[in-house]
Ligand binder design. Structure first.
Ligand code: ASP
Ligand code: MG
Length: 600
């Protein structure tokens, strides 16, 4: 029999009426011929309230006791939900994390799931009961209660859907689905009918807070279709699946992280291990980095710019100070008045002329681009905070995100909810048990592939002035000559100027360099530098950002092989570095060796 997992967030179980409405949805799914598991969060703002209670008693509550406390929120909702279903004349049984068989690691308040034993759930389902599962919680190997981090019920729901081989995981929330951008920021935002896992991961890390990112990683790993819907309406919602909404639209959404801060180190010795020293120092303080951009230096010195959440700036600066002393770096500077605007789209990987449209939109609005970082499916720009919302609006318009894609360009729609009684479609071969056996824990790191691309050259413009327009002119010209640019990075430098590097096919060398020279002269930049052949090494995977150690391991592995990193570029699903062309093969071997155990 097919299994459906439904998850109701805190706002969808905030009172008696809402709980009964959710209970009816679960009963309906059962009447349609499914076995039903319902995952619930704590009612309304209960988790916040519990956290407040803890802090009223203790400045830094012990993490174990915090989990003991927080887990009660979900225990209340599961019991009430089971009672609601019983009151409507149907059978239900509530279960805590431990009763569900969810075993996690020991990291209290941010535990990761290690395994789920489904015996008890499947027994209850077989008896015709609706299983009401407490979200957000588990137990470690010593039966201590743990929680998965704020918003963790999404992860519980998708993880249960994965191990149970559910047909789909329905996420009921207080919005109609996933939008092209935050509808609270832009009224013209449009609900997407479908979005791919990768796009959702990138958009979420670029500021679109719809679901717990770890839950999307899970869904992708186990090919669980997610259906995000409004619990209070019959609106169609958004499917999160492998394919994007449209195969022809370069961009599916835009997002904004408003409160960012930039840190730039200039004059970093351009030698193996320098980036590693810096990144590990920051990671050691538990500060997540967003953009990390390294640019090829002049005179053997490189610039590294990175961004962090504004609240983390003080911590990050402390780490940078230590690293700078160790590296003998002369200077670093920062700016805490910046925001990051990103566009995301799976099809952009196959299309030319996407980045320049974003740059042109900024130029036309007179907005200066402080930093650029592109990955194969995301382009991020750092701008002054005062221009952030305007920048988002311009980009949304430039890519016509408010318009429905033409019907003929729609990607194959994910399996729609099936009619009762019809046969269950075969699951992809990527079956949960196989993957689990390859991973230490279910939320372990997965590397999907490591690639070496030796077909590209690089150009770098030094001393890009702090005025709008250069990137737009540059990449408009490059795109109109039909040259397909791959990586673009712009790092902030000293004296308010920037360095801009990009890579392109080697056969276009003369033309690309001529264009770059023309534009750099027009804007009064310093002389160009270039490299006729580079080696681009990329590591593709799931959860590269939440597993903060990946970038570090990558640099460590290359550093140990004596390979210097010239350019760095990071995203949620890919980390790329450019190295000297002669060292590509050696670098590939080193990386394959480092990640062998976590390769799919
Ligand atoms: N109740 C938990 C929280 O508020 C888990 C969840 O809602 O997903 O973070
Ligand atoms: Mg919640």
């Amino acid at each position: 029999m097919s299994i459906v997992v439904q998850k109701f967030g805190g706002t969808s179980v905030a009172d008696r009426g809402l709980i009964l409405a959710a209970a009816r949805k679960a009963i309906r799914a059962q009447l349609e011929g499914n076995q039903v598991v319902v995952v619930v969060s704590a009612m309304g703002k209960n988790t916040d309230r519990l956290i407040q209670l803890a802090h009223d008693i203790h400045d830094r509550p012990p993490a174990r006791e915090m989990d003991m406390l927080l887990a009660t929120g979900e225990q209340v909702s599961v019991a009430l939900m089971a009672m609601a279903i019983d009151s409507l004349g149907y059978q239900a049984v509530s279960m805590t994390g431990a009763q569900l068989g969810i075993v996690t690691d020991d990291s209290h308040t941010k535990a990761r799931i290690r395994s789920i034993s489904t015996t008890r759930i499947t027994e209850a389902l077989a008896q015709g009961k609706i299983v009401i599962a407490a979200g957000f919680q588990g137990v470690n190997e010593r039966s201590e209660i743990t929680t998965l981090g704020r918003g963790g019920s999404d992860t519980t729901a998708v993880a249960l859907a994965a191990v149970l081989g559910a047909d789909r995981c329905e996420i009921y929330t207080d919005v109609d689905g996933v939008y092209t951008t935050d509808p609270k920021l832009l009224a013209e935002a449009r609900r997407l009918s479908q979005i791919s896992y990768d796009e959702m991961l990138e958009l979420a890390s670029a500021g679109a807070g719809v679901m717990h990112n770890r839950s999307i990683e899970f869904a992708k790993k186990f090919s669980v279709p997610i259906y995000v819907r409004n619990s209070l309406s019959e609106a169609p919602g958004t499917m999160i699946v492998a394919d994007p909404e449209s195969l022809h639209r370069a961009v599916c959404g835009a997002a904004l992280v408003k409160d960012q801060a930039r840190i730039t180190l200039t004059g970093v010795p351009d030698r193996p291990g320098a980036a590693l020293t810096l990144i590990s120092a920051i990671a050691a303080k538990n500060v997540a980095m967003d953009m990390i951009v390294q640019n090829v230096g002049e005179d053997g010195l490189a610039d590294i710019s990175l961004t962090v959440f504004r609240d983390d700036l003080a911590m990050a600066l402390k780490a940078v100070e230590e690293a700078a002393a160790e590296l003998g770096v002369l200077a670093f500077n920062h700016d805490d008045d910046v925001s990051c605007v990103s566009v995301v789209g799976l099809p952009m990987a196959e299309q030319a002329g996407v980045a320049n449209r974003m740059f042109r939109a900024m130029a036309e609005a007179g907005i200066n681009i402080l930093m650029i970082s592109t990955s194969h499916i995301k382009i991020s720009l750092l701008v002054a905070r005062e221009s952030a919302v305007e920048a988002l609006q311009c980009v949304h318009k430039a890519f016509e995100l408010e318009r429905e894609p033409a019907a003929s360009t729609l990607a194959a729609t994910a399996r729609p909810p099936r009619a009762p009684g019809t046969a269950r479609p075969a699951r992809p071969s990527n079956n949960g048990a196989v993957i689990v056996s390859k991973m230490q824990g279910m939320e372990g790191l997965v590397i999907e592939g490591i690639t070496l691309d030796e077909s590209q050259a690089r150009a770098t413009i030094h001393g890009v002035p702090n005025v709008p327009g250069l990137a737009a002119d540059m990449f408009d010209d490059i795109a109109s000559s039909g040259i397909n640019v791959d990586v673009i990075v712009q790092s902030y430098s000293d004296e308010g100027t920037a360095d801009l590097s990009f890579t392109f096919p080697r056969e276009n060398f003369d033309e690309a360099i001529a264009t770059a020279r023309r534009i750099s002269e027009r804007f009064g930049c310093k002389p160009l530098s270039n490299c006729p052949q580079i080696a681009l090494l990329s590591v593709y995977g799931i959860g590269l950002r939440s597993h903060t150690q990946v970038a570090g391991q990558m640099f460590e592995s290359l550093g140990a092989a004596g390979i210097n990193v010239e350019m760095i570029n990071t995203s949620e699903v890919c980390i790329s570095v450019a190295v000297n062309a002669k060292q590509g093969a050696k670098g590939l071997a080193a990386l394959e060796d480092t990640f062998r155990d976590v390769m799919l």
